[in-house]
Design a protein around this ligand. Structure first.
Ligand SMILES: [Ca+2]
Length: 280
């Protein structure tokens, strides 16, 4: 009788795990690659197609927009963003982040990555963040973007704590340029002085060929990741402190490896918008 009960319980738990997180189950078994945390990080623009509103007809019943940037002016809004100007020092990356590589055109942000000798580095790229200018606790973030690709090119949308702590870190989207159909979703945090992380990757279309949306919904109980509006990952680990937004393209370093002769440069991470919502 006890054996039957244990068998049934194990079976039910397995069913629940597969139901709640099939991607995680697969990833933890199959993946030997591991995303790194981005740490303190430290083709020219084309015209984004018209924005299609979120299809959920009840969206506005649940979410109220509290912050947005549609990048529709001539220059970056410095009341919203800080622009990085320094040699990335983490993860053995190869780029210098210069304001020259951040531009707005055709209603979109362009984070440009170039092969260029500059301040001791072989590559230049761009990074912007909202620290001290916008940060929030819980809500929904959505970014619509077309990603750069190529070996050693590493675009990311992520969030860091407004406090001086370097973790926790929510990686809304990370993509390694030599695998442009694979989107990584990661949460890093500290637990009793030990760095912990949960992550998965999703295989979809080539995310450098067209615009896609990447978002998270973050509440006290969980973080849920969506790609093009479809739920792809979740964790019940959830930071309880205000976080700010970070957008960048790194070059090289421990995880992506260095660009090679196949890497086409210059090219851009093109962002149509980034929007933040609070639950009503
Ligand atoms: Ca736009």
């Amino acid at each position: 009788m006890i054996k039957i009960a244990i068998f049934l319980l194990t079976f039910l738990i397995s069913l629940w795990l597969i139901e709640t997180n099939p991607v995680l189950c697969m990833t933890l078994i199959d993946n030997t690659e591991e995303p790194i945390f981005l740490g303190e990080l430290s083709s020219s623009a084309d015209n984004p197609p018209p924005y299609t509103p979120l299809t959920n007809k009840n969206f506005n019943t649940y979410w109220e927009m509290i912050w947005e940037d549609n990048f529709d002016s001539a220059t970056l809004d410095n009341t919203k963003w800080n622009v990085m100007d320094w040699a990335a020092e983490k993860n053995n990356e190869l780029e210098y982040y210069t304001p020259d590589n951040i531009s707005l055109s055709n209603d979109a942000l362009n984070v440009i990555t170039k092969r260029m000798n500059y301040n001791g580095r072989l590559y230049t790229s761009g990074a912007i963040e909202t620290k001290d200018k916008f940060y929030f606790l819980y809500g929904k973030v959505e970014v619509r973007a077309k990603l750069p690709s190529g070996k050693g090119i590493f675009p990311a949308f992520w969030m860091l704590p407004q406090s001086e702590s370097f973790l926790p870190e929510i990686d809304i989207m990370e993509m390694l340029g030599d695998s442009p159909s694979e989107i990584w979703m990661v949460y890093h945090w500290m637990d009793s002085g030990i760095q912990e992380k949960v992550y998965t990757s999703h295989l979809g279309p080539n995310y450098s060929k067209d615009y896609h949306t990447f978002s998270i919904e973050w509440n006290p109980k969980e973080i849920v990741w969506f790609i093009d509006g479809i739920r792809r990952f979740s964790t019940n680990h959830s930071p309880d402190q205000p976080m700010f937004l970070y957008i960048n393209t790194a070059v090289g370093g421990d995880w992506p490896g260095s660009p090679d002769q196949t890497t086409f440069l210059p090219q851009s991470l093109i962002v149509d918008y980034i929007r933040v919502y609070k639950k009503i």
